[in-house]
Ligand binder design. Sequence first.
Ligand code: C5P
Length: 234
Amino acid sequence: FRTAAVIPAAGRGVRLGPGAPKALRALNGTPMLVHAVRAMAASRSVALVVVVAPPDGATEVKNLFAEHALPDRTDFLVVPGGESRQESVKLGLEALPPGFDVVLVHDAARPLVPVDTVDAVIEAVRDGAPAVVPALPLADTVKQVEPRTDGSPEPVVATPERSRLRAVQTPQGFDHATLVRAHESVTENVTDDASMIEQLGLPVVVVPGHEEAFKVTRPLDLVLAEAVLARRRA
Ligand code: C5P
């Protein structure tokens, strides 16, 4: 089995507040994207990391990795991204050289995922699952609402049973050919790669996620991420 990781990193990070594209913002002095690439390269199974850069930032990203070395066993490519996360992932897949049968898709915005989680995802794909997602039970109860755009209170429509819900993280792992097929046939916009496999009618399985694989989305997440890094160094 040969495994490649595609890292969509072309988002603007609007919810994080004004500044550089999210992936290029620093956590304890090192850009988030560098942490995310290292997290994939930490797995001995990952032979190639493809970073999907902001369309106008591919050169900047290439220069970044001239400064931040990766393990010798890991190849590295940078390609420009697209308008949506889904399009960015597709562009990353199209850049893969032949010979990879397992593909991970990992958000640059999850810089601290531990290597054990990465390896567990890869192993489950090798064991035969077409798609694998790391996931955690929820602390909050989730309500489905009828969204309102006029600012009036949103009515609750349903309350799914919390014990059956999972919050999914990345890296998500795929049989390469299956993920390529999903990108050819699913055209509506999705926020989760595995849901495209569900739409093909194929099974998606869950492995345990990790609390340090949280997504850096809002300003408070930066504080938490820097605290996790400081604790790792202590
Ligand atoms: O917006 P969201 O939080 O879902 O973004 C998840 C990941 O997708 C981030 O790493 C972001 O950089 C990436 N992305 C992308 N291309 C886009 C939008 C988001 O690569 N057009």
